[in-house]
Design a protein around this ligand. Sequence first.
Ligand SMILES: [Zn+2]
Length: 342
Amino acid sequence: MPRRKKIPKQPGWYESPLILQEYRLAHMGIDLSRMPFKQAAEAFGVPELCHAILMNTDVYTIIAASRTNKDTRKAAQKAFRTLLEATVKPFIFHDQFPGFLKTMKETGLGLMGSLLRMLLMSNSALQIDAARGGITRFIRPDDLNVVVPFGALSKTRDYFSKIGYTHFHSLVPWGTYKHAVTHVIGAFRPARLGERTCHVTITESVGNIMHVVLAGPMTCWMNVLTASKVYCAYPTLITNSTTLRTDIRTVDFPRRIGGCYNTKVDNSEWTGKCGRHCPAMPRNSIGDKALASFGWNAGLATPDSRFPGEDSVLSSSIIQWRLSEKCYNERCPNYVGRRPPL
Ligand SMILES: [Zn+2]
């Protein structure tokens, strides 16, 4: 009988999916290190076990597993959905989750910001180290950030009002978002017994939700999750402790970002060529193979568009963007030859 692992629960810990999963796997008596290779192959043939194992891997592994065969794809999608449900739980309760998915589908709502980043770094080495070290910023989201296409603001506001959010108020868009946004509104749900106060921010785009996502000044914010897919502009940087930010000097950052994120404009530490992820290279939402996407919802496909191989979220507007003006990676043809000032 494998030894069950005890994880101490420390005061102030957010009940993260990570901790719950570790308990679950230990209670199921699964110890992968003791499983002979032949039996391991059989384990992956059992959908429930495959799902349980994928729930304990990072999102890169879930996505990689989804590409192997039909059954594993189903298990991977289910594991991702479970992680999503657990991550949004402080803001959208378990019984509200199906309604939330329905609203996402009807309004074209996208989930973004710190909560999505947290979901995408589930079970990564960075998150596990942070959780064990008692650092809550990678396991406890500050607020729920959603973005909606132009015209969907009032319907989204009605939905959040229906599930208990009140005190709706206007916020001023800042920095690079000014030109991509029509309205930003905030609201909160007051704390009740056993729950904490939850804040939500609803951003309405000037057009497609991608206008807002790609206007982000930092790589870790350039991700969005819709009812059917998750999109990442810089997928390989999600689990880095440092975030690459724009070097455009006119962009102002709110003060509190300093506490939540480590940012820098210098990409000289990149270990290979930048390729299509070069921060100084202009990119386009259509035909951009560096923009990763994963269809996480088995029951819902994103409609195709008139551009071959592109779905409607990416191509309903043609959006050109670039993160920075300069590249500091020596291996890149766009290298500018010197490091930026600190
Ligand atoms: Zn480059």
